[in-house]
Design a protein around this ligand. Structure first.
Ligand code: ZN
Ligand code: FE
Length: 716
């Protein structure tokens, strides 16, 4: 057997039926985290082999094999923690079936010398296991044990504590006492505290400058998850999968109140590193906060020196280790919608698995959008998407972006021959691509934001034809210079025609209106009902200082800094504020998330709306205001969601009538709203549409780079 950069090459000799059986066994029971795409059988000359050996990896310079994502520690390794003499409580235990991969890889081929395990000399025992074809650790690159491998240390009050037992017992005690610990994890440092200790959680929130964004929670085991959250079959298997993402679950019982700040969901996950298991076994609490180690919006810290400088403000002590993290990688986030997993943030466990495409995208680098940035590079018929990078307007995040583009290029032996970026003239990512295009003298293709969203969904569903593309999104630059985001496109991978869109409404103060939903509420009311008594009757505005309200009124009257937006996200913002749920957004999409959070699933009515070449919501908003006096917000929110679902379904019908197309492609960040997505799918199924949505990549801006790369490859 030979582990080459273009795949695994196996020579087998024997009877034909045995060889066939060998092949079938590989297909039927592959290792859990493996992903066998094709097996090609070729006959060759007989060499008279006596045993099975693995040849040294060859760098064939051909098409690279994929790099594996990081894999949660497996059952066998967890048993070794208790039984293998050299691995009793050894927190870096791993084998061929589990352990770090992407986060420790420098470049291909995947061999120890090109990983951050390079500096650890294997002891004779590990060496023996590594070379023994019958051993579970045969060619496990990060193989290590208590004698020879990396180790943890605790930085406590200027003292360095070594020895896993003492570290674990000290950390456990600190967590019991309500302290916060920074712990070096798989793809970066995490901040950890008792998830049931309100004082600890609210202090962490203050220190992180994080007002309202929920923290993820690491539960001891699945039973503990089920004590605190509702968990369906699909959600349970997502939690337990080797990818171990954060899964957004419906809350059953309260953890510390300031964890989710009034939302009825919990971002739950199960242990994935040996250290997690060892620690959770030593504390009483069934759950700890596990949030990224950073100040809000900055990239997660991976560097030990930066950790020692930054974390004293954020945490009471620091647990570090000497295995270097080469590729920063946040925890991934998923949500089960309509019984299928949707990815909200694609990082650890998923990256850098490629998306397989029905056509060639080789040599293209697409730089994505500025928010929730990811980029994507093309290798033949595969699109390799980066981990979640974040918001490029923060300088450290932009540095992370540039560094990652370099790392991926090196890892995948990639040189761009064509570039793709967003149409937005002021995007940092677009400027980066312009520069690169000039420097390398290669073409740059600009892709409209919502066309890219639709194409991302088409690509992962292997569609290459004209479809009904429905993009419900926050913001994106439109080809008429306005801000788009409630879009009905007749689209293929080459181009699109804008069939209809949500009504244009001014965004008073530009981007600021996205951070302050009350501005959108005011703007919708001003547009539909003028400067009338309506404006004064809305309770939500009574908490806004008078001078600010009159300021916005002036801005709208005189039409100063009021770009037009058709963003569905802005409509959800406005309604959330009108209903008194959220006037100021503390984190991305807070107003729509809170609005969804209160919606009752038992309500099926909807409000009136107008359908033309645009969808107009004047009647909708009028009815909402009337209902405010008589109905609970759970009813109003449900009716509003049902209205949007119905408006989309009816517009889809019109598009089908005009074009005879029947495939509906749904994308855009607003479709991460489970209530809306589920209702809409039901309506579309009833109307016999064929529905496609994002599953391999996020439907939010994290998926835009995939859309850009496929559109750029179809550009002539
Ligand atoms: Zn293992
Ligand atoms: Fe978007």
């Amino acid at each position: 057997m030979d582990n080459r950069t273009d795949g695994v090459f196996v020579s087998v000799e024997g009877e034909e039926k045995d060889i066939l059986n060998f092949r079938n066994q590989i297909m039927i029971s592959p290792p859990e985290a493996s992903n066998i795409k094709t097996i090609e059988v070729r006959s060759g000359k007989i060499n008279g082999y006596h045993d099975f050996t693995i040849a040294l990896s060859k760098n064939t310079e051909l098409d690279t094999t994929e790099i594996s994502p990081d894999i949660a520690v497996c059952h066998d390794c967890l048993e070794d923690l208790e039984s293998d003499p050299e691995r009793i409580n050894y927190p870096f235990v791993n084998c061929t079936n589990c352990g770090p991969r992407f986060t420790i890889i420098e470049k291909l081929p995947y061999d120890r010398q090109f990983t951050s395990m390079e500096r650890f000399q294997m002891c004779p025992d590990c060496e023996r296991e590594y070379h023994d074809t019958d051993n579970r650790r045969f060619h496990a690159q990060p193989v290590a044990c208590n004698k020879c491998g990396p180790e943890y240390e605790l930085w406590n009050d200027g003292k360095i504590v070594k020895g896993i037992e003492e570290i674990l017992s000290t950390v456990a005690e600190k967590i019991r006492n309500g302290e916060t610990i920074a712990i070096k994890g798989m793809g970066g440092y995490n901040l950890v505290c008792d998830a049931l200790n309100e004082e600890a959680v609210s202090r962490l929130r203050e220190r992180k400058y994080r007002d309202s964004k929920p923290f993820a929670v690491l539960f001891r085991n699945i039973d503990c998850v089920k004590d605190f959250c509702y968990c369906s079959k699909e959600e349970e298997s997502a939690l337990k999968s080797w990818k171990r993402p954060i899964v957004i679950l419906q809350e059953k019982k309260k953890l510390a109140p300031s964890l989710s700040k009034g939302l009825n969901t919990t971002g739950a996950l199960l242990p994935y590193m040996p250290f997690h298991y060892l620690l959770l076994n030593r504390i009483k609490s069934p759950a700890i906060v596990l949030t990224s180690g950073n100040f809000s919006e900055e990239p997660i810290v991976i560097d030990d020196r930066i950790a020692s400088k930054k974390f004293p403000v954020l945490a009471d002590s620091i647990v570090s280790h000497n295995r270097q993290i080469l590729n920063r990688c946040d925890d991934s986030v998923v949500r089960v919608m309509s019984n299928e997993v949707s990815i909200l943030r694609r990082s650890r466990g998923y990256v850098p698995l490629p998306v397989d495409l029905p056509f060639d995208v080789g040599g293209i680098l697409s730089v994505g959008a500025d928010q929730k940035n990811t980029f994507c590079l093309g290798k033949g018929k595969q699109a390799v998407m980066s981990q979640y990078i974040g918001d490029l307007k923060n300088l450290p995040t932009f540095e992370f972006f540039k560094e990652s583009v370099d790392r991926f290029s090196k890892m995948f032996n990639f040189k761009p021959v064509r570039l793709a970026c967003d149409l937005h003239p002021d995007y940092i990512s677009s400027n980066f691509a312009e520069q690169l295009s000039e420097n390398l003298k290669i073409p740059l293709i600009r892709v409209q934001h919502h066309h890219a969203h639709i194409a991302s969904c088409m690509a992962e569903n292997q569609l290459n034809e004209k479809v009904i593309g429905i993009c419900m999104d926050g913001t994106g630059f439109g080809d008429d210079g306005n801000i788009w985001g409630g879009e009905f496109l007749l689209a293929d991978l080459k181009g699109y025609e804008r069939f209809a869109h949500f009504d244009y409404v001014p965004m008073p103060g530009g981007d600021k209106a996205a951070d302050e939903p009350w501005r959108m509420a005011f703007s919708y009311l001003f547009k539909y009902f003028g400067d009338s008594s309506y404006l004064n009757s809305i309770p939500a505005f009574q908490t806004i200082p008078d001078n600010q309200v009159s300021g916005i009124r002036e801005v709208l009257r005189k039409n100063i800094n009021c770009p037009l937006s058709s963003g569905a996200g802005r409509l959800f913002d406005a309604v959330s504020s009108i209903m008194g749920i959220c006037n100021y957004s503390g984190f991305d999409s807070e107003a729509p998330i809170r609005l969804e959070s209160v919606a009752s699933y038992s309500v099926s009515d909807h409000y009136p709306f107008h359908l033309a070449d645009k969808v107009v919501f004047d009647e909708t908003i009028k009815s909402i205001i009337n209902d405010l006096q008589n109905f609970d917000i759970s009813v109003i929110s449900a009716k509003f969601h049902n209205t949007i679902a119905m408006a989309i379904a009816e517009m889809a019908m019109r598009m089908r009538e005009e074009t005879s197309l029947n495939k509906v492609v749904l994308s855009g960040g607003v479709f991460q709203n489970k209530y809306l997505f589920t209702r809409l799918c039901r309506l579309l199924v009833d109307r016999h549409f064929e529905i496609f949505s994002n599953h391999s990549v996020p439907s939010n801006d994290g998926g835009v780079s995939l859309g850009q790369i496929v559109i750029a490859s179809n550009y002539k």
